[in-house]
Ligand binder design. Structure first.
Ligand SMILES: CC(C)(COP(=O)(O)OP(=O)(O)OC[C@H]1O[C@@H](n2cnc3c(N)ncnc32)[C@H](O)[C@@H]1OP(=O)(O)O)[C@@H](O)C(=O)NCCC(=O)NCCS
Length: 191
């Protein structure tokens, strides 16, 4: 199975322990974590890294660490994970992303995500990939729309790990079927 993906600007590799300090800095930034319940402590990021590495070992896919090809700078992550809770749309595989804020608004998340979709549909043979975020997280929703995902208002759900009435509890779900992706993919250039 593939351990790295390349786009025109990005190099994406599987995570290892060597990424811990970069991940800790990313998860400790309050702006990056604005649409999450809280920033992550060093220990929480270390636990997340273990989960990412374990997911890769068991499933042969997980989140990819993203670096700029040109400078080698750590941009963030994008990748696929099994949804770790039960909801009306599970079992499902989710695509997600988190970028350092100096790299926002440059189209890097859609660029990485298109490459991850290709990996998910063609290499892993998935038939559907989902993504979800707090209804308030417009930048992330824009990314979902840019990679041809579609939202049905009936899919909106309350995140089971957030308390009732929490401002981030209402989550918008986007889906993409392999058949729809193939249609778009044939009509566009993969970065
Ligand atoms: C969501 C995220 C990955 C988007 O990545 P990106 O590479 O900036 O994506 P794009 O460049 O395509 O920008 C997406 C949209 O957000 C807008 N945007 C980006 N940064 C912004 C900012 N600081 N303030 C307001 N809007 C912003 C862009 O203008 C763009 O809108 P447009 O499509 O109308 O031009 C990035 O904002 C991020 O990492 N956020 C924090 C983590 C997060 O919320 N992850 C998603 C959890 S589900």
């Amino acid at each position: 199975m593939k351990h790295s993906l390349f786009t025109s600007r990005l190099r994406m590799t599987v995570f290892s322990q060597s990424h811990l300090s970069e991940l800790v800095r990313l998860n400790a930034d309050p702006e990056v974590m604005r649409y999450f319940p809280a920033t992550l402590s060093f220990e929480e990021s270390a636990t997340l890294l273990q989960r990412i590495i374990e997911h890769q070992r068991i499933n042969e896919y997980s989140l990819f660490a993203i670096h700029l090809k040109e400078s080698g700078a750590f941009v963030g992550w994008c990748g696929l994970m099994k949804v770790p809770f039960s909801a009306h749309f599970t079992p499902a595989v989710e695509i997600g992303w988190r970028l350092n804020k100096i790299f926002w608004a440059k189209g890097l998340a859609p660029e990485a995500a298109k490459s991850v979709l290709r990996f998910g549909f063609l290499d892993l043979g998935l038939s559907e990939i989902v993504s979800f975020t707090a209804e308030l997280n417009q930048p992330s929703i824009q990314v979902m729309q840019k990679i041809w995902m579609k939202c049905n208002s009936e899919d909106t759900f309350n995140h089971p790990k957030l308390p009732s009435k929490h401002p981030l509890q209402r989550q918008t779900l986007y889906r993409l079927q392999k058949t729809d992706w193939l249609e778009h993919h044939e009509n566009s250039e993969i970065p």
